[in-house]
Design a protein around this ligand. Structure first.
Ligand SMILES: Cc1ncc(COP(=O)(O)O)c(C=O)c1O
Length: 368
């Protein structure tokens, strides 16, 4: 029997997700994880929760209650799921019909690209404007079939943000029948920037905000994320969501992590320090970092190489020196690399490896 006809063409054309590279003995700066580890309180709570593994979970209800309290909204406005990508996948399944279209920036977060394309609907993009979302162009690109607009703020892989004013201008041009996904996976890293708009202060009925415990709370392996939206949107998402997601340990970890302000504070402090160091290290060897002169508002930086070949070469050189970063060809940016912050020591190793790998070669290969 030939299996191929069973696979729709839009699935056949997808490439399996490639995770950030790990090294057995080396530094992994390829997946925007928390180099400090996990909140110890979250680990304790997870361990305690193991005694209840014989029982089915309650769909994230306790976490939803805690989040509702923390963010001053109703439980009916909150959803919890297996990572924010888990919720994103439910959004795709709940709201998209065959003739609908999805609209976003070029080279958007790869997780969203794959989810949207796997639904077989039309996927449209507009180019970046100096590595920022071009919200004006996005608003102008809305057509009668546009159903979902995806915006990540801060954005992955560029680390850039848009402001409240820019969003409001954009929002005025978007019809209410369009669902806007505001992906705030890196919210905590940006929240102290006065230019960054916390979407909890500008709620609209057709906007769903997504956040995660994967990044600053160090729980990427637990798969726990959450979202806020109008109760009608949440009610319909809950019909589609797998009833027993998130898992009991993931939910317990999320609740405990949210209360561990000390771990949050330490993570943010280290990130700010190491991000500055990475941006500075790149600038020392003449490589630009996307974003404002102050650098990105996230736990990573994107750098732009002159060519695709050089991006590949620097990636390989860093690997050879024991530092894994993220090549961005799969996102659609073959001449860019994304580097996550590490601990102070890991960050320093990366800066040093960049200096040896890039600067040396520029001197040898192109400088003369
Ligand atoms: C913009 C963005 N959204 C969502 C996610 C996925 O988060 P989660 O682990 O909660 O599924 C990531 C992870 O890299 C991300 O960069």
């Amino acid at each position: 029997m030939k299996v191929v006809p069973l696979v729709p063409p839009y699935i056949a054309s997808l490439r399996p997700y490639q995770a950030g590279r790990s090294l057995e003995h080396g530094v992994k700066l390829s997946s925007n994880e928390n180099p400090l580890g996990t909140s110890p309180k979250a680990i304790e709570a997870m361990e305690r929760s193991l005694r209840g593994l014989n029982l089915y979970p309650n769909g994230g209800l306790e976490l939803r209650e805690v989040l509702a309290e923390e963010f001053d909204v109703k439980v009916d406005n909150v959803i919890a799921g297996s990572g924010s990508e888990g919720i994103m996948s439910n959004i795709i399944r709940t709201f998209l019909c065959d003739e609908d279209e999805v609209l976003t920036t070029e080279a958007a977060f790869i997780g969203f690209q794959v989810l949207a394309r796997s639904r077989g609907v039309k996927y449209r993009t507009v180019p970046y404007d100096n590595w920022h979302y071009d919200l004006k162009a996005l608003a102008a690109a809305v057509n009668p079939n546009t159903k979902i607009i995806y915006l990540a703020n801060p954005n992955n892989p560029t680390g850039t943000i848009f402001t409240r004013h820019q969003f409001d201008e954009f929002y005025r041009h978007v019809p209410e029948r369009v669902l806007i996904i505001l992906d705030e996976a890196y919210f905590e890293y940006a929240k102290d920037n006065p230019r960054y708009p916390d979407s909890m202060y500008y709620r609209y009925d057709n906007v769903i905000t997504l956040r995660t415990f994967s990044k600053v709370y160090g729980l990427a392996g637990a798969r726990i994320g959450y979202g806020f939206a109008h109760e009608e949107l949440i009610r319909n998402l809950l019909k589609v969501k797998l009833p027993f997601e998130p898992s009991t340990p993931a939910q317990a970890a999320g609740i405990a992590a949210l209360a561990d302000k000390e771990f949050l504070h330490r993570s943010l402090e280290m990130n700010a320090r190491c991000l500055r160091r990475l941006v500075e290290g790149l600038s020392e060897i003449g490589l630009p970092a996307a974003g404002s002169p102050l650098g990105p508002d996230a736990n990573f930086v994107m750098t732009i190489l002159p060519t695709e070949q050089e991006a590949k070469r620097v990636f390989e050189e860093l690997l050879a020196q024991g530092v894994a970063v993220r090549p961005l060809a799969s996102f659609g940016l073959p001449n860019c690399l994304r580097i996550s912050t590490g601990t102070d020591e890991q960050t320093e190793l990366c800066v040093e490896a960049l200096r040896r790998g890039y600067a040396a070669n520029v001197g040898a290969g192109r400088g003369s």
